[in-house]
Design a binder for this molecule. Sequence first.
Ligand code: DP6
Length: 331
Amino acid sequence: MTPQAFIDQIIPHKNPVKTGFGIAPVNIALSKYWGKRDVALNLPTNSSLSISLPGLGTQTHLTWLPTLGQDAISLNGQRLSSEHKFAKRLSAFLDFFRPNLAGHFQVITHNSVPTAAGLASSASGYAALVLALNDAFEWQLSLQQLSLLARLGSGSASRSLFPGFARWHKGKQDNGMDSYAEALPESWPEFCVGLLEIDIQEKPLGSTAGMQKTVETCEIYQAWPEKAEKDVNIIQKAIQNKDLTTLGETAENNALTMHATMISTWPPILYWQAESVAAMHQIWALRNQGHSVYFTMDAGPNLKLLFLETEKPALLQAFPNLKVIQPFKVI
Ligand code: DP6
């Protein structure tokens, strides 16, 4: 099935009605998505499980304007040229939804996280865009259908439609209709994610290309899908049991295993910087002193720390720049 045929099965029509708005959080995978079994339909080799971070993410307004000769895309207050990488990818995604009318899309989008710095801005970006499309066309799609659409924009975006923990099922069907994310019901007010920014420069190699190279050249990659599937189940149980030790150990090991596949890709992919490794050692030293803290990392040099509220003072002392988010805490 082509992506266009896939999308045409989900959306009821292509008649824009009004300006649409969408807002979506970034999410951090505790068990990672790394590798596609179908590149065109963005079908993953394995399921994944994430936590969304409220207050960090993307807001997008989208309007169909009959007067425009090309898409007008602005990011954080700056109009992007149509040759800009971000604008090109977005326009290519919007191609699937164009009405048979004169005009183009105007997209005004704001990220509250650095774009392309391994803080999952493509996840919140495509989730917000799909919500804005749903609003502009008044489709009234379900979250499951929106998750299927967001997946086509960026795999991890399938999980950003939901607050809290979300599981993206890899699915079994070749047509991709069963590969969507769902929210997990659990709430965990003491659970904290700490963002440790090492470097917010744009990364040299994006996740899409990185995972493709890994699938193509990494000889140990074949062990990944089974391990990742197992980890998703372990982490889901740990969430149900509010067992931070199991969650943290599994998430940290899962991230390091994903990075091991990247490092053993050719040419090698190493997102870590010296400061990333120094931070890992500091976290392991804290653990040896009895602190319950773990980390995960995505396709970038930054670390995301996982811990409970009781450890917050010690961690802020160890990492004064740590940005702590409690996804379930009502303030
Ligand atoms: C390391 O969702 O950005 O963050 O589907 O090609 O857009 P595409 O990839 P993307 O990959 C995310 C990879 C990751 C792990 C994760 O979020 O699960």
